[in-house]
Design a protein around this ligand. Structure first.
Ligand SMILES: NC(=O)c1ccc[n+]([C@@H]2O[C@H](COP(=O)([O-])OP(=O)(O)OC[C@H]3O[C@@H](n4cnc5c(N)ncnc54)[C@H](O)[C@@H]3O)[C@@H](O)[C@H]2O)c1
Ligand SMILES: [Zn+2]
Length: 399
């Protein structure tokens, strides 16, 4: 038997390597138009002398609103057949959370990739909302240990947030995003034209994520959202395009400069307003959109920030008024639901958030609009006062 002091049992080989990561996020219209070079540019022409095999996955919600899309995709590939080969007709998956709820969809997506004989140089293009992108992104990340992925987000939320970052996942074992990876896309293309067919709630919900990042990162962007709230509500194309571009830029700055792109620490600035939002979404049985839940979460945490003297009363009123002017909610009856023991369900949500972070609570709060600080405790009595405060705001829908 070797002693613990001999060479072998004490041997450690340190492994360190540097590899830089990155990908372009592009902004355009009519991405599948033959005249638009952006997709061709980001897909990268192969130098192997053969057309690169590609599989395209599309969200059913997008196809229903834009039936000509599938034909346009096929025509695009026919036009560029010297470089890219569509391995099979575009594959349509259901949109929305249901596509993340079953492993069967991942299985079907990887089966299509395998039947299409995609190798490590093959490519997947995913066109859809954040849910479809999360499911396809996960499938692409595990197929052959990761093949190239182009994301084309089609909702405001996905263009602002879900579709441009480094995460994917599906819901399993009763938990959201329980299985997933950090996996970088080859490129992301935000085509603002897709937003025109979104129902209002899905259109405006994504703007809540813009408020979130503005409040913790960029006061001038908050002023932009505030000054353009009526235009955003009217779905003004110029206003939404500027808001998406600025939001995406701030989001990408965070990923590239925070030093924690793969979320190893417990600080999650981009989760501002999200501890209660996750619970509200769940309590609604996911009938309330993520963006709407986030705007309520932002309102609640902004009240908290005011009570802690981190923002002024004037700033709190500006935040709430601007979000309401956009058509975003700041209160919901789900906030008042109690468990069988009489405890507010959102208080349970706070505990779940703490567990999700690995035991130690870390909240991001605005410290003046556009600046941030962290807190490690939450006084729930203040949260309870916040619920009463928000419910009494004139014009708040009592639903
Ligand atoms: N990976 C991440 O970093 C990240 C970040 C935030 C959120 N998410 C995930 O994103 C998902 C929410 O995404 P979402 O808000 O984009 O909604 P969604 O993907 O659930 O789509 C909502 C609905 O809109 C439809 N739809 C999509 N595009 C459309 C269009 N252009 N016109 C008409 N209908 C369209 C879909 O079919 C669906 O019915 C959640 O599962 C959430 O967990 C992921
Ligand atoms: Zn969010």
């Amino acid at each position: 038997m070797r002693s613990l002091t001999d060479n072998y049992t004490q041997k450690i080989i340190p492994l360190e390597f540097d590899q830089s990561y990155g990908y372009p996020v592009c902004f355009t219209h009519d991405v599948f138009s033959i005249d638009n070079p952006i997709l061709l540019n980001v897909m990268g022409k192969t130098n192997r002398g053969e057309a690169k095999k590609t599989v395209v996955f599309v969200d059913q919600g997008v196809v229903s609103e834009t039936p000509r899309l599938l034909k346009e995709i096929v025509l695009w590939f026919e036009h560029h057949q010297d470089y890219f080969c569509l391995a099979c007709d575009p594959v349509v998956f259901p949109g929305g959370e249901s596509v993340k709820n079953s492993w069967d969809h991942v299985h079907r997506a990887t089966r299509v990739m395998d039947d299409s004989e995609l190798d490590r140089h093959g490519m997947v293009v995913a066109v859809g909302g954040g849910a479809l992108l999360d499911m396809v992104g996960f499938a692409a990340a595990i197929f052959h240990r990761g093949i190239q992925l182009i994301r084309i987000p089609t909702t405001t939320l996905a263009q602002n947030d879900a579709g441009i970052g480094v995460k994917n996942g599906i819901n399993q074992y009763g938990r959201k995003n329980c299985l997933g990876t950090f996996y970088l896309p080859t490129a992301v293309i935000n085509d603002a034209g897709f937003l025109k067919t979104l129902p209002f709630d899905h259109f405006i919900g994504g703007v809540a994520e813009a408020f979130k990042i503005a409040l913790i990162r960029d006061g001038s962007f908050f002023s932009f959202l505030e000054n353009n709230s009526a235009l955003l509500k009217q779905r003004d194309q110029t206003a939404i395009e500027e808001s998406i571009e600025r939001c995406a830029q701030l989001h990408l700055d965070h990923i590239s400069h925070s030093g924690d792109a793969f979320e190893t620490g417990s600080s999650r600035p981009l989760d501002y307003g999200h501890w209660s939002a996750h619970k509200i979404e769940m309590l609604s049985g996911f009938t309330m959109g993520h963006g709407q839940a986030v705007s309520i979460g932002i309102a609640l945490d902004s009240f908290y920030a005011w009570q802690c003297c981190l923002i002024s009363r004037i700033e709190l009123d500006r935040i709430i008024t601007a979000m309401m002017n956009c058509g975003l909610p700041v209160w919901s009856h789900y906030l008042e639901i109690k468990d069988s023991g009489g405890r507010l369900e959102i208080e349970n949500g706070l505990e779940e958030f703490r567990q999700h972070l690995g035991g130690r609570l870390t909240f991001t709060m605005p410290h003046g609009i556009g600046h941030t600080c962290e807190r490690h405790e939450m006084d729930f009595d203040i949260v309870r006062e916040g619920l009463i405060f928000l419910k009494k705001i004139p014009g708040v829908k009592q639903t």
